[in-house]
Design a protein around this ligand. Structure first.
Ligand SMILES: Nc1nc2c(ncn2[C@@H]2O[C@H](COP(=O)(O)OP(=O)(O)OP(=O)(O)O)[C@@H](O)[C@H]2O)c(=O)[nH]1
Ligand SMILES: [Mg+2]
Length: 536
C-alpha cells in the first residue's frame, strides 16, 4: 500500500481525511451522503446534551415540594404559612380577598348549630312538658372552656356514656332558642349567596370526593378499614367542610364579579380583590351578617346550646371556634381579615393544586437556587389519594403532615379507621415508595396545641393506643413517642438510606411556624444542592 508523504506545512489530519485524488463521482456522492448522515447524528446528540443541561439547570433552581397527609392534617394551612413567611407582599395583596371565605366559615358554623337546634326544638318544643325523647338527650357536663369546639373531655368521655341517642333529661330549651333560630334564618340565604359569590367553588365535602377510596396512593381501591382499639370520635357531619375546587377559581370569581359590577356610586360590589387599595366595600351578605351579630353571639355563648352540641358530640371544624369566639370583630360592615383569619379559614382542597412560591427575600441563601419553588397541595381524603401519584416522579422534596391530636378520632370517609392509624399507613407507604426514593422527606407532627388541650381535658391515650402503655399522659411525652415511631418506620421502609427531619408543629401559630419553615427551607436547599453536585 503506497504511503503518503507529508510536507512540513500540511495539517496531517486534513491530509488523512482528504478524499482520494482519484475519487469517482459516485464514490464522492456516497461519501458526502455518509458525512451528512453522521453530522445529523452528531447534531442530534449535541441537541440532546444541550436540552439536558437546560432541564438540569431549571431543575436545580426549581424545587418541587409536595405537601402530603390525610385530610385536615394542615397541608393548606402550611402552604399559607409558606406564603406568609416567604412572600409577604403577595400575601398582603391577596389577604382582603379572603373576606368572603372567612364570612362563609363563620356562617357555615352558625348554620350547622342551627340545624342541630332545629332538630332538638322539633323533639322538645319549649312550653311542652319535658320528655326524654330528645334524640340527643344524654346527661353530659358542659365543657369547662368556653372556647372548646370539641365535645367535653371529661376523662375518657370518648368511651363514656355520652352517646347520641341515649335517654337522658331533655335540654332546657326556651322560646329564646326558638326566636334565635327564626332571627338567624336569613343566614341560610347568606351562605348560599357567599357560595355563589365564590364561583360555586365551595361545595359540600363528600360530593367532591367521589373517587374510589384508597388507604394509600398505591393501593387498590379500599374496601374495609381495620377497627382500631377503643371507641373513636366520629364526625357528626360529613358535610361541614367547604371545598376548594382550584387554587385560583374562587379568587378569580370574586375579581370578575367586582369588575363586572364596576366601582362607581351605587354599585353593589363585593370584597376587594387581590391588590385592591380600597377599603372593604359593602355587600348584602356583609350587611346581613353584621345585622345578625348579637344573635349569633347569643347563640354561640348560650349554655343550653353548648350542652346540646356536647350531647350530639358535634365536631365543628378545628377553626370554627376561632371565628365563633370572634363574632364581634368579624360580623361588622368594615371587617377586613387579619393574617390569622386567613391562616385559619378552612377550605377543603379538591384534587392537586399547584402553587408557585416566589421568594421575595433570599437573604442568606444562594440567590441562584432559591427564587422559586413549586408547591403541590393535595386533597388528603382517601378518595383523593390516587391523584397524587403522577406528581411523585418530579418531586424533589416532600412535606408530610400527621396530626397528632387525632389518636381517638375516626376518619370522616371511613368511621372504622382511626385517624392516627391512617397516618401511619400513609407514612409507611410514602417513605417506602420507590418512586419517591430520591425525595427529601420532612415530617410535621402537627396540631400539638389541640393534642395538649385534649390531654389536659383528661382523655387517656392508652385507652385508644394500648401500645402507649403506662407512659405519661402528656403532650410532650406523647409527641416524643410518636416522633420516634415515625422515625423508626422511616428508617425501616426507606428503599435507600436518607436523613430524617421531624418537627412537632402547630401550624396555626404563624410565628413559630415561620422559624420552622426557615430551617426546613435551608435544610431542603442544602440537601437539594448536595444531590445536584453529585449528579452534575
Ligand atoms: N388548632 C389547630 N388547628 C389547625 C392546625 N393545623 C391546621 N389546623 C386547622 O385544621 C383545619 C384543616 O386544615 P387544612 O390545612 O385545611 O387541612 P388539609 O390537610 O389541607 O385538609 P384537606 O384539604 O382536606 O386535605 C383548618 O381549620 C385549620 O385551621 C394546628 O396545628 N392547630
Ligand atoms: Mg387542603
Amino acid at each position: 500500500m503506497p504511503s503518503r508523504t507529508f510536507s512540513s506545512n500540511e495539517d496531517p489530519l486534513d491530509v488523512v481525511l482528504r478524499p482520494p485524488p482519484d475519487e469517482t463521482p459516485q464514490a464522492r456522492a456516497e461519501r458526502l451522503h455518509k458525512e451528512a448522515e453522521a453530522k445529523k447524528v452528531s447534531d442530534a446528540i449535541d441537541e440532546s446534551i444541550r436540552q439536558e443541561k437546560v432541564a438540569w439547570k431549571k431543575n436545580k433552581t426549581l424545587l418541587r415540594l409536595l405537601l402530603l397527609g390525610q385530610s385536615e392534617s394542615g397541608k393548606s394551612t402550611t402552604l399559607k404559612n409558606f406564603q406568609l413567611t416567604f412572600a409577604p407582599q403577595a400575601w398582603v395583596a391577596e389577604r382582603a380577598s379572603w373576606r368572603a371565605v372567612v364570612q362563609l366559615n363563620l356562617v357555615r358554623s352558625i348554620n350547622l348549630i342551627l340545624d342541630s337546634l332545629a332538630q332538638e326544638l322539633a323533639a322538645n318544643p319549649p312550653g311542652r312538658p319535658r320528655t326524654a325523647t330528645s334524640p340527643f338527650a344524654a346527661p353530659v357536663s358542659l365543657p369547662s372552656s368556653s372556647t372548646s369546639n370539641t365535645p367535653p373531655d371529661s376523662p375518657d368521655s370518648a368511651t363514656g356514656p355520652s352517646f347520641a341517642g341515649e335517654p337522658g333529661p331533655p335540654l332546657a330549651l326556651t322560646d329564646k332558642h326558638a326566636l334565635l333560630r327564626l332571627r338567624l334564618a336569613p343566614l341560610r340565604q347568606v351562605e348560599n349567596e357567599l357560595r355563589r359569590l365564590l364561583g360555586a367553588a365551595s361545595s359540600e365535602a363528600g360530593a367532591a370526593d367521589g373517587g374510589a377510596m384508597r388507604a394509600t396512593p398505591f393501593d387498590e381501591p379500599y374496601t374495609a378499614g381495620a377497627q382500631a382499639g377503643g371507641t373513636m370520635r366520629s364526625r357528626s357531619s360529613a358535610d361541614r367542610d367547604l371545598c376548594l375546587r382550584s387554587n385560583r377559581s374562587w379568587k378569580d370569581a370574586l375579581n370578575a364579579r367586582r369588575v363586572s359590577m364596576g366601582s362607581g356610586p351605587g354599585s353593589r360590589a363585593v370584597s376587594p380583590g387581590p391588590g385592591s387599595r380600597e377599603g372593604p366595600e359593602r355587600d348584602d351578605a356583609t350587611e346581613v351578617i353584621a345585622g345578625c351579630r348579637d344573635d349569633m353571639r347569643a347563640l354561640w355563648e348560650d349554655g343550653v346550646v353548648r350542652e346540646m352540641l356536647a350531647r350530639q358530640r358535634m365536631r365543628l371544624a378545628d377553626s370554627a371556634s376561632f371565628f365563633l369566639d370572634d363574632i364581634d370583630r368579624i360580623a361588622t360592615r368594615t371587617y377586613e381579615p387579619s393574617d390569622d383569619d386567613v391562616v385559619r379559614a378552612r377550605l377543603r382542597t379538591v384534587g392537586v393544586q399547584e402553587y408557585s412560591l416566589k421568594f421575595e427575600s433570599t437573604v442568606g441563601v444562594d440567590r441562584s437556587i432559591a427564587r422559586e419553588w413549586i408547591i403541590y397541595d393535595v386533597g388528603g381524603a382517601r378518595s383523593a389519594r390516587a391523584a397524587w401519584v403522577p406528581f411523585f416522579e418530579d418531586a424533589n422534596a416532600l412535606l408530610f403532615l400527621a396530626p397528632i391530636n387525632c389518636f381517638d378520632e375516626s376518619l370522616e370517609e371511613d368511621r372504622h379507621v382511626n385517624r392516627l392509624e391512617d397516618s401511619f399507613i400513609l407514612w409507611k407507604s410514602v417513605v417506602g415508595s420507590k418512586l419517591l426514593r430520591k425525595c427529601i422527606i420532612v415530617l410535621f407532627l402537627n396540631k400539638y396545641d389541640l393534642l395538649s388541650k385534649k390531654l389536659k381535658a383528661g382523655v387517656a391515650i392508652k385507652k385508644h393506643l394500648s401500645s402507649y402503655g403506662d407512659r405519661e399522659n402528656t403532650a410532650p411525652v406523647f409527641a416524643k413517642y410518636l416522633h420516634s415511631k415515625f422515625r423508626e418506620q422511616h428508617k425501616e421502609y426507606s428503599p435507600e438510606p436518607r436523613s430524617f427531619y421531624g418537627y412537632v408543629t402547630c401550624v396555626v401559630d404563624t410565628k413559630a411556624t415561620a422559624s420552622t419553615l426557615s430551617s426546613v427551607r435551608d435544610g431542603l436547599l442544602q440537601q437539594h444542592l448536595q444531590k445536584a453536585d453529585l449528579v452534575a
